[in-house]
Design a protein around this ligand. Structure first.
Ligand SMILES: [Zn+2]
Length: 372
């Protein structure tokens, strides 16, 4: 039965495979535009559903692979295929999540499972499009699309264009590549989304500020936008015409277990000049004001205390810090052509990379504290 289906796919695949990969990518891009987190040109460190999808290193994968059974190893690490009708998850009808057997990333939900009659567990859609990678597979004289885990690269199976609505796709999985967690059970940490926090900063043209925050370890996502003005959905032209009062700002989504708000503040005050009022270098106007837009009382208090301490430091002797610190209003993402500007164009903007100094200071502090 499965050979018949594969034969049919072979004929279909020759002319449709490139289109299919392109369509998959395009449909995911369309979805992205409606999401809070914008699509990044480099591999996402943070998926749309909030999981850590930064690719694991070869050594990390090798360490995880030591716990696998020979069958799991063959399938996930050697692109093997288990015999049809033999996998333990083929007839599983329980509600729950199918996660990567190697790294634990949730890959498919019981909500999207269907009986394809092929002998392998089948789904019409992944749990999150960012969790599954695609590549061409020309083995056995067939041109197919292989699917793998976006985080650890584990081989999962293939995807075909003969699935049911609404996608018309059939994700054909090996049970050995998956571990099932029933709804209501306690998920292990590797199967859980990241616990992320958000911070907002304005420090002149957002191209440069975005770029430097993207360089910060522990930062999962940075977007450029407009904040703390008086109108809804401002455009770049409106902001530049000083009609709306918005600042060019960035939204920083970060992992507080890797970088603290205090360190983000430290980096922010190093990457720009907080003594320039309503300007930053050649960029003049209130949209270029220096500001920290806080999301809660804790951030507000920390930002004020940090700035006060900085003001009395020798570095700012005789120079007034003019940074505005106030609660964040709604963040309006800027037009797409402003996102990832420095990364996409290779053009430099203002500011300096503050993170070596920020993290070096942390090490020094730790060393002093741990000294006897
Ligand atoms: Zn994985």
């Amino acid at each position: 039965m499965h050979l018949l289906r594969h034969g049919k796919i072979y004929i279909l695949a020759a002319c449709t495979i490139a289109f299919m990969v392109a369509t998959l990518a395009m449909s995911f891009d369309d979805q992205t535009s409606t999401q809070e987190i914008s699509m990044k040109s480099k591999p996402r460190a943070l998926s749309r559903s909030g999981y850590n999808t930064a690719p694991l290193t070869k050594d990390q994968v090798a360490a995880l692979a030591t716990k696998l059974t020979p069958e799991q190893f063959k399938v996930t690490q050697k692109a093997g295929t288990e015999p049809a009708f033999c996998g333990n998850l083929l007839d599983n009808k329980k509600e729950g999540m199918y996660c990567c057997v190697v790294c634990g990333l949730p890959l498919f939900s019981s909500e999207n499972k269907f009986n394809s009659g092929t002998g392998w567990p089948s789904f019409f859609s992944p749990f999150d499009p960012d969790h599954v990678g695609y590549k061409k597979d020309n083995e056995f004289g067939m041109e197919r699309v292989e699917i793998d885990c976006a985080r650890c690269g584990a081989h999962l199976g293939h995807v075909f264009e003969d699935g049911p609505k609404p996608t018309g796709l059939r994700y054909c999985l090996n049970s050995a590549a998956l571990v099932f967690h029933e709804k209501g059970s306690t998920l292990p940490p590797e199967c859980l989304p990241m616990q992320l926090k958000t911070a907002y900063f304005a420090g002149g043209c957002f191209w440069g500020v975005e770029h430097w925050f993207q360089e910060c370890p522990g930062v999962a996502d940075v977007s450029s936008g407009y904040m703390n003005g008086s109108t809804e959905n401002p455009t770049y032209e409106e902001v530049c015409a000083h009609k709306s009062g918005h600042a060019e700002a960035v939204r920083v989504t970060y992992d507080p277990s890797k970088v603290s708000f205090q360190q983000l503040l430290d980096g922010f005050f190093r990457m720009h000049d907080p003594t320039q009022l309503d300007r930053q270098g050649p960029d003049v106007g209130d949209q270029y004001r220096s500001a920290v837009f806080t999301t809660d009382q804790e951030q507000l208090a920390q930002a004020k205390a940090f700035t006060a301490a900085l003001q009395i430091s020798p570095q700012f002797s005789g120079k007034k810090i003019v940074t505005v610190i106030e609660p964040a209003k709604k963040f309006f993402p800027a037009e797409e052509y402003h996102q990832d500007y420095v990364e996409r164009t290779g053009r430099a903007c203002h500011g300096v990379n503050p993170w070596p100094a920020v993290f070096a200071e942390k090490k020094e502090t730790t060393a002093v504290k741990s000294a006897p």
